[in-house]
Ligand binder design. Sequence first.
Ligand code: NAP
Ligand code: ZN
Ligand code: ZN
Length: 349
Amino acid sequence: MSVITQAAAYAAPAPKAPLERVMIPRRPVGEHDVLIEIKYAGICHSDIHQAREGWGEAIFPMVPGHEIAGVVAETGPGVTRFAVGDRVGVGCLVDSCRTCEQCLAGQEQFCVQGATGTYNAYDRNGEPTYGGYSTHVVVDENYTVRIPDALALDVAAPLLCAGITLYSPLRHWQAGPGKKVAVVGLGGLGHVGVKIAHALGAEVTVLSQTLRKREDGLKLGADHYYATNDERTFEELAGRFDLILSTVSAPIGLDRYLGLLKVDGALVNVGAPEEPVSLNLFSVITGRRTLAGSMIGGIAETQEMLDFCAAHGLGSEIELIDAAQVNEAYERVLAGDVRYRFVIDASTI
Ligand code: NAP
Ligand code: ZN
Ligand code: ZN
């Protein structure tokens, strides 16, 4: 049985309250569990939406964090895929029913019974789950992925959410050579999306609010960069793209972006704003266009994404912070002042 029953963590005690250092329970290492010593945890905008109850009622105290990179410190007796010392990652989900059509298809994120979130959820025994802003976590090996040696753990951590959230729709909508892809919003998700779309061979355009980050965008692999605060952008790019991925955390004017699609093009929202958006249906019917959404990816696809990123030498651009800076980092994400992902050094917790 595990010697770890508690871990240090940063938790929000109540909605909108600042995060503070606490001790949290971690379950004993079960038959198929691995105990992970967390090395790095990325800060996703979803952490902020949830800690501030922007998406609705949440569970407190909340330890956010679903971009986890670490090292296996102990394995349960039934574990076959990992050994002590292995470099591993955990993303947004830590369990699912394992028997429904979606789970069997490797799309655990769409589990019909509901996948178990890494935090802000109750596990299948009714215990609250606590996320990655912590020193340790216990996770079933089937919901743990391997981080290839070619990827440093700090730049790999954000791939566990931001990476898979962009990789999955880019693959599903077949981004690749000959395809024109636009990424809206050059933040945590967007900058990884630009790198992956470029590595897949697509022609990539960034649609950012301003030209402030243009140089970065081109370095990350974008072929073109436009400002959406300039109306001429929407005239010039009308009918241009096969695929547009919106990573924006606030509502966007869908009709304007749908107008940038070719016939049969798709606008895929991965950004998850707190407010509803409106739509003029003529924006889709006139070009047989698709308006879609996408949510992270399955476990096997997350492994595939990490292997792809390792093969292309592709990690996140990060700003490494101490855990005590987490509240300040949240404000900076909200202010758009991050290039391009904050990552907590878990040794400072
Ligand atoms: P982020 O780092 O804050 O990036 C969001 C970007 O959107 C900003 O950098 C900014 O880019 C742009 N933006 C922000 N406010 C805007 C506004 N009012 N109008 C136009 N553009 C605006 O956030 P993130 O971590 O990448 O997450 C982005 C969104 O995706 C969040 O809502 C998050 O919850 C969601 N998310 C969804 C999934 C999923 O599975 N679907 C997974 C993870 C995250 P520019 O400065 O370049 O304009
Ligand atoms: Zn996330
Ligand atoms: Zn299921």
